[in-house]
Write a protein that binds this ligand. Structure first.
Ligand SMILES: [Zn+2]
Length: 276
């Protein structure tokens, strides 16, 4: 690499995308095809679930994952050894990655560390991008309101994208919570039919047919992070938009499904740079 290109945005030459087998509506092949189309001349390859692919010592990994669990949603700095049962639970999930972890939150930064640690050294290079999908709910601690917040994506080396996070992290329409509250006051839950009728197409749900399409833009966020350090865009019609509401996700990823002009150009330049 000569000095004139050092500050240019250099795409990795290999991108690995890792399957998430617990969500039937998630299609890793479609994600790979999308990236191949966006990144011609980059080798995009699919692999099975990240931990199944890279890990041999399940016991040690299970312990690490149990240690990455968030304990209590308020600010916590306690360092606790995971319980035996928690480690066994993680081990079971690792052995059966098609099972969904329910109701457990994981610290996003700790998860990224665990991913990084199991990556073989010869693949831990900036020339190789790893995009792992998980059904685990990943969150980060926000000092502003002293709480953990669920995330769809943790950008890093590797990057981690959560299928459950896509459903749980961006807020649903306000009316949805009002309806839930109304029923909660009567000690009940809104009937599924009523929810469906009122909010059809306004958020992404488990096993939603829009899931794969909605996650394509997040893989581009991770590629932009890898290449430029900046994954997000302010333009709500851009696939890199950092959506906080479900309706924003649907708009950026499904209704638009495009990069804004600026990011489209940037990507084009990166692809051309790679070609030379
Ligand atoms: Zn943009």
């Amino acid at each position: 690499m000569n000095s004139s290109t050092r500050n240019d945005h250099i795409l990795p030459s290999i991108v690995y995308v890792y399957d998430e087998p617990s969500s039937p509506s998630f299609k890793i092949g479609e994600i790979a095809d999308f990236l191949k189309e966006k990144l011609p001349n980059v080798d995009v390859m699919t692999r099975k679930e990240f931990f199944s692919f890279h890990t041999h010592d399940l016991g040690e990994l299970a312990k690490e994952l149990a240690s990455a669990k968030v304990r209590g949603i308020e600010g916590l700095q306690v360092k606790e050894e995971p319980l035996y049962g928690e480690v066994q639970y993680e081990k079971r999930i690792l052995q059966e990655p098609h099972r969904r972890t329910m109701g457990i939150l994981y610290d996003g930064y700790k998860m990224l560390r665990v991913l990084r640690e199991v990556l073989p050294e010869n693949e831990a290079t900036t020339d190789t991008a790893h995009i792992a999908f998980t059904n685990r709910i990943i969150c980060t601690y926000e000092k502003g309101d002293n709480r953990f917040h669920a995330r769809v994506i943790m950008c890093g080396f590797p990057s981690l994208i959560s299928t459950s996070g896509l459903i749980e992290a961006p807020a649903k329409p306000r009316e949805y919570y009002l309806m839930k509250q109304k029923y909660a006051a009567m000690d009940s839950e809104p009937p599924a039919q009523e929810l469906k009728a009122a909010f059809e197409g306004r958020f992404i749900d488990y096993d939603d047919e829009n899931m794969t399409q909605a996650l394509k833009g997040y893989t581009l966020q991770s590629i932009f992070y890898h290449t430029t350090g900046e994954p997000f865009c302010e333009d709500k019609d851009c696939m890199l938009f950092n959506a906080h509401w479900q309706e924003e996700v649907l708009n950026a990823q499904i209704v638009s499904g495009q990069l804004c002009e600026r990011h489209g150009k940037m990507l084009e330049e990166m692809v051309n740079g790679r070609r030379e």
